[in-house]
Design a protein around this ligand. Structure first.
Ligand SMILES: [Zn+2]
Ligand SMILES: [Zn+2]
Length: 347
């Protein structure tokens, strides 16, 4: 393996440049704070946390004394139903459009100090059902064309509150990556009669080196075209456009693989592993999305425990990712790490 090539990202329609031959070059840039394990332990309840049970939020609303998952409308929504309806027309070629929606927060657990990886299997199953219910509720609203569920985890992605939670944006527009995936999936089916994501899973299984874990109906793998050092996908093996299309058994299998994935992430450096996790779910725009394969994407920003992947000239300026690491090597690290959470194994 040369570790020096371009790889085609079929879902995004772009090249990823692998330049792993130079990964050990000297680094003089910023290093992040020490591992979380070296800091003070995080308490199970925090009086100043706006997500903990019974606490009040900036809006004045008080959280219920919840036990499982807990959902509420975001007090500082990026998208809201009160977005302006009348917009001033811009000059010339420029265009604008209303940006409305509903923003919610979903807490995974009443416990302030857990990560997704530390939830019990039944709790992860319940979380998947919670996400499903939000899709069904929000997706059925007339002014909603897409629902984006995502978790920003860790200070390196701007989240200082460790309380395990995700955000939900139900919008009158479809986010670009989802829109691209839906478009290329449809075209691939028209051209080949096959589902694009199935072809990706098939190629991953043929190669085998980047599969992190699988069971009878779900799989976790680092894609051939990974843009981030530890980028991984978790998906049911069968094609379902929406989470609500999965059977009870498929939800259980998906929960088990999701747990495997997140435990391995936390175990990699024995710290809560920072990532942006996004559920890629078919839009609710009235189009035929039967070829859209629901999946969960993890985009971890770190290349090493204290080393951030900076987006710079190639990514921001040029628009293509340049990866200093070889997916096969990074997948091997995740494959070989223990699947028992480091905190549980120390207990
Ligand atoms: Zn909390
Ligand atoms: Zn995707």
């Amino acid at each position: 393996m040369s570790g020096w090539e371009q790889r085609w990202h079929a879902l995004r329609e772009e090249w990823v440049i692998i330049a792993a031959h130079r990964q050990e070059r000297p680094w003089h840039g910023e290093r992040l704070g020490g591992p979380a394990s070296s800091r003070d332990p995080i308490p199970e309840y925090a009086a100043d946390c706006y997500l903990c049970p019974g606490n009040s939020r900036v809006s004045g609303a008080r959280n219920e004394d919840y036990r499982g998952i807990y959902v509420f409308d975001n007090d500082h929504p990026c998208v809201g139903v009160n977005a302006p309806r009348q917009l001033e027309a811009p000059a010339g070629i420029h265009r604008n459009s209303r940006a409305s929606g509903i923003a919610r927060v979903l807490c995974y657990s009443p416990k302030h100090n857990l990560t997704l990886a530390e939830l019990q299997l039944a709790e992860i199953e319940n979380l998947l059902l919670g996400w499903r219910d939000q899709y069904v509720d929000l997706g059925s609203r007339p002014d909603v064309t897409h629902v984006l569920v995502f978790e920003n985890k860790g200070e390196t992605v701007g989240v200082s509150n460790p309380h395990p939670h995700c955000q939900i944006y139900a919008t009158n527009f479809v986010f670009k990556t989802i829109d691209t995936e839906a478009r290329v999936s449809r075209r691939h089916y028209q051209e080949t009669g096959r589902v694009l994501f199935q072809d990706i899973i098939k190629a991953e299984c043929e190669d085998g080196r980047r599969i992190i874990h699988e069971n009878s109906s779900a799989i976790a793998f680092m894609p051939y075209f990974a843009r981030y050092a530890y980028e991984c996908y978790v998906a049911p093996k069968a094609t379902h456009p929406r989470l609500s299309d999965l059977s009870k058994d498929e939800i259980q299998d998906l929960a088990a693989v999701l747990r495997q994935m997140t435990v391995r992430y936390d175990n990699l450096w024995q710290m809560p592993f920072p990532y942006v996790m996004t559920l890629h779910h078919a839009p609710f725009d009235g189009e035929d999305h039967s070829q859209f394969h629901f999946h969960i994407e993890f985009h971890p920003p770190l290349r090493k425990p204290n080393l951030l992947k900076y987006l710079a000239g190639p990514e921001i300026g040029g628009g293509n990712f340049l990866s200093d690491t070889l997916p096969e090597a990074k997948a091997e690290e995740l494959r070989t790490v223990s699947d028992i959470h480091y905190k549980a194994s120390h207990a």
